[in-house]
Design a protein around this ligand. Structure first.
Ligand SMILES: [Zn+2]
Length: 108
């Protein structure tokens, strides 16, 4: 992976819908590794408007790096049952989304 870069949040804007495509596309397991709960994950997003859930943008976490000027960006989701949090390198997610853009239907 690339090293840390100057933080620019516009590089890491990801919608809930696209994040869902990512986790399904790379086959992330729905089973919690800590408690075994199946499909109890909630994604950290910027808001909780249910009616626009797919359009919610994910919260971008800035993980500290040795250099005070640099960050690694990350997304997180938590297990509703046991509170385990799992973290995704935002660069991996955004790169995957670039290579796997949303397909547009001809007949739409
Ligand atoms: Zn759990």
């Amino acid at each position: 992976m690339d090293g840390p870069a100057e933080y620019d949040s516009s590089q890491f804007k990801v919608t809930y819908e696209d994040f869902t495509r990512f986790v399904e596309g790379v086959n992330v397991t729905n089973v919690c590794g800590s408690c075994g709960a199946d499909n109890e994950w909630y994604v950290h997003t910027s808001n909780f408007e249910q009616s626009e859930a797919d359009a919610c943008e994910l919260t971008i976490y800035r993980l500290d790096h040795a250099s005070l000027q640099a960050f690694r960006a990350a997304f997180m989701e938590g297990c509703e049952k046991c509170g385990t949090i799992r973290t995704y390198d935002a660069t991996v997610v955004t790169e995957w989304l670039k290579v796997n853009p949303k397909k547009v239907s001809w007949w739409k």
